[in-house]
Ligand binder design. Sequence first.
Ligand SMILES: *Cc1c(COP(=O)(O)O)cnc(C)c1O
Length: 410
Amino acid sequence: MAFLNDHYLKLKAGYLFPEIGRRVREFTEANPQAKVIRLGIGDVTQPLAPAVIDAFHKAVDDLTRPDSFMGYGPEQGYEFLINTLIEKAYKPLGVSLKSSEIFISDGSKCDCANILDIFALNNRVAICDPVYPVYNDTNVMVGRTGEADDKGYYKGLVYLPCTEENGFAPAIPQEKVDIVYLCYPNNPTGAVASREVLQQWVDYALANETVLFFDAAYEAFITEPGIPRSIYELPGAEQCAIEFRSFSKTAGFTGVRCGLTVVPEGLLARTGDGETVALNTLWNRRQSTKFNGVSYPVQKAAAAVYSDEGWAQVQETIAYYMENARLIREGLQDAGLTVYGGINAPYIWLKAPGGMTSWDFFDKLLSECHVVGTPGSGFGPSGEGFYRLSAFGDRDNVIEAVKRIRKNLA
Ligand SMILES: *Cc1c(COP(=O)(O)O)cnc(C)c1O
């Protein structure tokens, strides 16, 4: 019999969303008349922008004719999309990238996970708590950790608590770590990092030869001026950071699948013998070997996000979600709840009242308001006592959910 990867058995079995699903199913079976509103899972609800759909259709039609048919594309992505990103997504931020530094992929969840392929196991890795669970679990899978302790912290990882006390901004580690995952705007807390805070991370990284993994999946939701949308807006970041971006939340591509990873050519890491090598070379080799590119119509659809028409339409949808966020945030604040986020991110991070646990508050909102969110403790021990509401729902549901919660708490 073959041997399996033992590290997988260290993962906690009861994953967050199946457990939510189980409780909601139990409730709806017992209360078939209840109209349950789901503001839990971070998936979008609004359709693709018309300009994106047009480009998607046209690209599919290209495949019907021999002269415009496309087979395998470059593993790194088509130049038309990479150049669009350089010009439209990065240049306006004052960031200049080379086409060899951008890698198109089928989404940033995969990239955040796959990037570990090119790093040695003996790296010290720091992760925020609470956190997007992918960062933690993929480190467990590759074998960088021991078992989890009672709290859920895995031996061998460095956890950076993001709490109400520190404004959900983790302190820079006292010790030297080799890799730090940062996610801004943050899922789940909705927090953002100012230029000053990000510069401190970049300075720390340069001083300690640390690589920052910067997940910018929600950069499009920033509404306040002056907050960086890319880590490369900070001087020095091109020598210490990898950035992950996605069309998923920005343009409703959660089902279509397209993302990108930036690995600057000036970003170096050490071999076991102490020599320095560019990570860009390794990532390019990794992608060329294990990945065969994103489909041509999807990349055409993604490029259309940055057309004048597409951009205006996408901004409208983002504004729709952010108005939902405002309604949730202000509605719950008026009801006396303590709420965070929802200004530069589509997530509202709310403090369970009266010292309730995250799951107790989940059960209360489900049974009394028929509203489903996500228990904060599911994102890490420091999320205990918090609860995440997503602004990706449709407007009527958001209004109704806020009304029910307010009535219940009044
Ligand atoms: C949704 C999300 C992503 C994007 O994942 P895709 O695979 O591109 O759909 C990445 N990071 C975080 C923190 C997210 O919430």
